[in-house]
Design a protein around this ligand. Structure first.
Ligand code: PMP
Length: 463
């Protein structure tokens, strides 16, 4: 990687002058952005020459790690031949048709259609229209309401934010839009009370059944959920949850939308998260790991059941994006999927690096600051607690302050971990080696120690 040739304060000042950052208090940030200048494998480098272990794979997306030349070369070759053409109005091009074919081959056998988008949010907006169109065509025009979950995340467009269950986001922009409501999440650590995880998983799933039965007859179109909630804090549902959700959707004739934007493409050691839980989705949004983030691309993978109606009977679907199936983005995705397959990354997460990192991550649960250390595939969380007496104890500080403190210590220790409320989460590239996994855990432990010492100083932990 490059040595430090950057004038960081000047870059920060220029950034502060004009750049409005996503999900950031841009005024408070001021001229203090970290400037990332390079990436190689699981490592990123900032403008001061620090090497930082990217424990979040960017934003849950760089499955194959940073700096893969092969993807850059594929994009270069595609752009040299055909940098852009659309897929509207009876045209196609090689990268789009090849990628649709590839994704259909990787997807569960009953899913054979892909609608391309530019992101996970666009995929979920597409799905709202697709689902409503489906039920219109089925002669059930009242079946339009979509049930989602509190603390779910499905993107940041109006549709994505509405499907998501983030109250802070809903508060900005008068959301959700009508026709979407939210039920309980399967967050045992935070909300399970005295129930066992299995009992709680069933209870959380049955909230769906109760909501459907309480709604007007034949008014619920679909249920959407992430296999493991990502942005909500790596919430891994109890084993009883997903089979029960699948049963309810089947019995009540509700479409099941499984949001694979994070869990897809090997994150849980299966190609898609629904396979990890053994359920069949009717529709799945994808993005992120599809191209490892090298270029923006997303999609909606659709079952034959839905495609046979919306494509088979519906005529033209008045929907599409200028960049649906962008040739360069499709080329990046194809090169990325070739790497995932050639290097056996999905199997590696399942039977090698997954179990390896999970064992070491779970051992962090013994730290005095950690109430629970959980991990599925390569998605992990640490719940920080002031004392180890029970699950529901909170710090005597505004929710999220301890998480932010710990996140800042992590960065200083050369590790990207994200803080969600007062928990810390990771989702490293699938190529992380055993030695790098050890390094990740060692840095996480140092970070916990530093956070604990600081909280002791502030009188916020029971010692
Ligand atoms: N769904 C899920 C489960 C996500 O985690 C995200 C992004 N974090 C999205 C949708 C939205 O994707 P994008 O940011 O690409 O619009």
């Amino acid at each position: 990687m490059a040595t430090n040739l950057y004038d960081t304060p000047s870059l920060q000042a220029r950034d502060a002058a004009h750049h409005w950052h996503p999900f950031t208090d841009t005024k408070e940030l001021g001229a203090s952005s970290r400037v990332i200048v390079g990436g190689e494998g699981v490592w990123i480098e900032d403008s001061d020459g620090n090497r930082i272990l990217d424990g979040m794979a960017g934003l849950w997306c760089t499955q194959v790690g940073h700096g893969r030349r092969e993807i850059a070369d594929a994009v270069h070759a595609q752009m040299s031949r055909l940098a852009y053409y659309n897929t509207f109005f009876r045209t196609t091009h090689l990268p789009a048709l090849e990628l649709a074919e590839k994704v259909a081959a990787l997807a569960p056998a009953h899913m054979n259609r892909v609608f391309f988008t530019g992101s996970g949010s666009e995929s979920n907006d597409t799905i709202i229209r697709m689902v409503r169109r489906y039920w219109d065509l089925k002669g059930k025009p009242n079946k339009k309401t979509i049930i989602a979950r509190r603390n779910g995340y499905h993107g940041s467009t109006i549709g994505g934010t509405s499907l998501g269950g983030m109250s802070a986001m809903h508060g900005q922009g008068d959301l959700p839009i009508p026709g979407i409501f939210h039920i309980a999440q399967p967050y045992w650590f935070g909300e399970g009370g005295d129930l066992s995880p299995e009992e709680f998983g069933l209870r959380a799933a049955r909230a769906l059944e109760e909501a459907i039965d309480a709604a007007a007859p034949d008014s619920i179109a679909a249920f959407i959920a992430e296999p493991v909630q990502g942005a909500g804090g790596v919430i891994i549902p109890p084993d009883t949850y997903w089979p029960e959700i699948a049963r309810i959707c089947r019995e009540r004739d509700i479409l099941l939308i499984v949001d694979e934007v994070i869990c897809g493409f090997g994150r849980l050691g299966t190609w898609f998260g629904n396979q990890y839980y053994g359920v069949e989705a009717d529709i799945m949004p994808i993005a992120k790991g599809l191209s490892s983030g090298y270029l923006p691309i997303g999609g909606v993978v659709v079952s034959d059941k839905v495609a046979d109606v919306v494509i088979g009977e519906g005529g033209e679907f008045y929907h599409g994006y200028t960049y649906s199936g962008h040739p360069a983005a499709c080329a990046a995705a194809l090169a990325n999927l070739a790497i995932i397959e050639r290097e056996g990354l999905v199997e590696r997460v399942k039977s090698d690096i997954g179990p390896y990192l999970q064992a070491r991550w779970r051992a962090l649960g013994e730290h005095p600051l950690v109430g629970e250390a959980r991990m599925a595939g390569l998605m992990g969380a640490l719940e920080l607690v002031p004392e180890k007496t029970g699950r529901a104890v909170r710090f005597n500080a505004p929710l999220g302050d301890v998480g932010a403190l710990c996140r800042d210590f992590a960065f200083r220790n050369g590790l990207v971990m994200r803080g969600v409320r007062d928990s810390m989460i990771i989702s490293p590239p699938l190529v992380i080696s055993h030695a790098e996994a050890d390094e990740l855990v060692a840095r996480a432990r140092q970070t916990l120690d530093a956070t604990y010492a600081e909280l002791k100083r502030r009188g916020l932990v029971v010692t």
